[in-house]
Design a protein around this ligand. Structure first.
Ligand SMILES: [Mg+2]
Length: 386
């Protein structure tokens, strides 16, 4: 049966919520993100984007590009409330919803008879319901599969609505650059350019044998299928986790920094394993420290690139820990590491330079599945037993 998949993505979500709730921010450049020296932009309003500000950019650069913007620290609790409201609206339109992140998801509309005739009307209804009930605009893409639906929702942002019919898919894709294919990052893009493929249309016309020779069989067939607009992945109903974390309380307060960092490594490994098991990537790492006095501190870092590997999570947790100045005479009662700002980035790891790491972590993860989480850690693998 032919499928119909709808992708919905809120426009400049964090910044739009701020503008909705503060009249004085409306029509002005609003930049939401980390305001510290290593801060990163989470969302920029469309007024700020005109100055070249975009998400994942270093806040220092954003400040230079748009010094008169309104700079705000993200209010995740409020955004989560709005997100819950949005997904409950969406659940009236389809029972099969796959939430990708706080403001983005797929709806499977397959089998809804009246839709087959006019999916655009349905898309308009969804957009109207979201706008009337939340005061926020969304962009929607409707297509025969997830790849095309997500691509479609991005084509006329903001407040867009694009329908790609199966018979038009290749025509729509042909002129677009290859980096519009999910998983094609800078490295793969450069490799494809070296082979003479800049547009998706050029890639679709590639000789399979030659492509496989250059990129390997698996990657060649995946890229070719996508270039032809084919994507079999089902819409998998689930609510996106808001964050994934692990913390540990100690019987006796920890007093050595070295020991604390060992615990952070173990916690980072568990968080990484849980992320990868769910195909998730994180853009915010939070460190939690509770002292012997029960005073509790959290420190947070938002990153330009989503991460899921233990060593990357650990590096961030360690950096946050080293920047924390411990009050003298205090021990540590509890340490926690959590990963937030999650997205489904699983496919990205199919390409680029992640392949080698994927094999290593694939091996570790399959041992964990067989023998239990506590058995294998990178630390255990790397430190000879005494
Ligand atoms: Mg969005």
């Amino acid at each position: 049966m032919e499928r119909i998949v709808l992708h919905i993505d809120m426009d400049a979500f964090f910044a739009s919520v701020e503008q909705r709730d503060h009249e004085e921010y409306r029509g002005k450049p609003v930049i939401v993100g980390g305001l510290g020296p290593r801060g990163v932009v989470s969302t920029a309003s469309y007024e700020a984007r005109k100055f070249g500000v975009h998400s994942a950019q270093a806040m220092a650069i954003a400040r230079r590009l748009c010094p008169n913007a309104i700079f705000l620290h993200p209010d995740h609790a409020r955004y989560s409330d709005v997100s819950r409201q949005i997904f409950s609206i969406l659940s009236r339109f389809s029972p099969v919803i796959e939430q990708l992140s706080i403001d983005e998801g797929f709806l499977d509309l397959t089998g809804m008879e009246r839709l087959m005739e006019n999916p655009r009307v349905y898309g308009e209804e969804i957009k109207r319901a979201v706008r009337e009930e939340t005061g926020l605009t969304a962009s929607v893409g409707i297509a025969p599969n997830k790849f095309l639906a997500k691509l479609a929702s991005d084509l006329e942002k903001p407040d867009g609505l694009v329908v790609i019919r199966p018979e038009d898919a290749e025509k729509v894709l042909a002129p677009l650059p290859v980096n519009r294919i999910f998983g094609v990052g800078k490295k793969t893009e450069a490799r494809l350019a070296a082979l003479g493929f800049r547009t998706i249309g050029q890639l679709a016309a590639a000789d399979r044998g030659k492509l496989a020779q250059a990129l390997g069989n698996r990657m060649a067939s995946q890229l070719l299928a996508l270039a032809h607009g084919l994507d079999e992945r089902p819409v998998e109903p689930r609510r996106a986790a808001q964050s994934i974390g692990r913390e540990e309380t100690f019987d006796e307060d920890i007093r050595s920094r070295e020991e604390a960092e060992k615990v952070l490594l173990a916690l980072s490994e568990e968080v990484g394993w849980r992320l990868r098991r769910q195909g998730l990537f994180a853009r915010t790492i939070t460190l939690k420290i509770r002292l012997g006095s029960f005073d509790t501190f959290t420190r947070q870092q938002t990153l330009p690139e989503p991460i899921a590997y233990d060593e990357d999570i650990f590096r961030e947790a360690q950096t946050l820990f080293r920047a924390f100045s411990m009050p003298p005479g205090q021990g540590i009662r509890l340490l926690g590491v959590s990963a937030g700002n999650l997205s489904e980035g699983g496919e990205v790891s199919l390409f680029d330079d992640h392949e080698k790491k994927d094999r290593l972590y694939g091996a570790i993860d399959s041992l964990k599945r067989r023998f239990g989480e506590g058995v294998v850690t990178r630390a255990a693998l790397q430190t000879p037993k005494q």
